[in-house]
Design a protein around this ligand. Sequence first.
Ligand code: PEP
Ligand code: MN
Length: 339
Amino acid sequence: MIIKMKKGSSKNQYKKVVDFLESKGLEIKDVSSEQVTIFGIIGDTTQIEPFDLYAFEGVGDVTRVSTPFKKASRSFHPKDTIIELPNGLKIGGDHFTLMAGPCSVESEAQLRTIAKAVSKTGTKILRGGAYKPRTSPYSFQGMGLDGLKLLRKVADEFGMLVVSEMMTPNLLHEFNQYVDIIQIGARNMQNFDLLKMLGKTDKPILLKRGLSSTIEEWLMSAEYIMASGNDQIILCERGIRTFENYTRNTLDISSVLAVKELSHLPVIVDPSHAAGRWEMIENLSLAALAVGSHGLIVEVHHDPEHALSDGAQSLKPKKYENMVKKLQNIAAVTGKDVQ
Ligand code: PEP
Ligand code: MN
């Protein structure tokens, strides 16, 4: 971190800020000239919030030069993290992992029909929401615990794993029991009590990017989970809110590259919530593979016209199957393994 004092600031103002930083165990490297008073701070600056330093009179500019996250940072952990799942499946590195299923679990028959279809393509992770974060309190809220139990039952029938969204820390016990990957949704990316609680599970966490979150905020949320003791995190780019409303959100495909540069954690793409339109899912998925993401989470429904949530962005099974074939053909050329 670099601090430039305001023109005309006093020696006393300089001393106050330097004393404060030194009291935190940080070292000061002064590089002032006759024209400008400027110094660098050396040491663990993660404990300092740059903006707070403007509380000191005389402080002009504060510039961060290192990332505020540590455990999630590639500079502290250069090698890619590869997450190993209970059935031997891996997420990260050269693996391209598919997760697919309905937005919401609606019934046993619905879930089985979709699980059967996606498992036929080689997809080994079944997605499905049992607790749904809906914008309207009058929309379908999910089947709750019955939905989680159905996910477990149906996934087991097809030798699949389960990923499902948890919205409250109170349900950690149930999620530990029925789910293999705990999804933290976009709306809860900064629910810090929820994030801290995830240190109490050894299940991998699928951490979606918040609706309007910067890449740094997203990685800081990963840092929360890691600081609480769980380093099994899969990041998920699911589109962000912009001025554009032709699509539901704007898929920030470049965030995949940024995250791979900044962090060692695997990052997958959710084209469904990004686009909000089924016609776009295949091409966005191919783009996700091309840009180097580690997989996809895709909504699939056999009867999207009557789905209880997100039918417009759900692929019919045949379309999903065709898409997986294309992904496999392209991945074969790039040396990635679609699983
Ligand atoms: C979902 O996966 O169904 C979901 C609600 O996603 P997001 O949190 O990205 O909106
Ligand atoms: Mn959905």
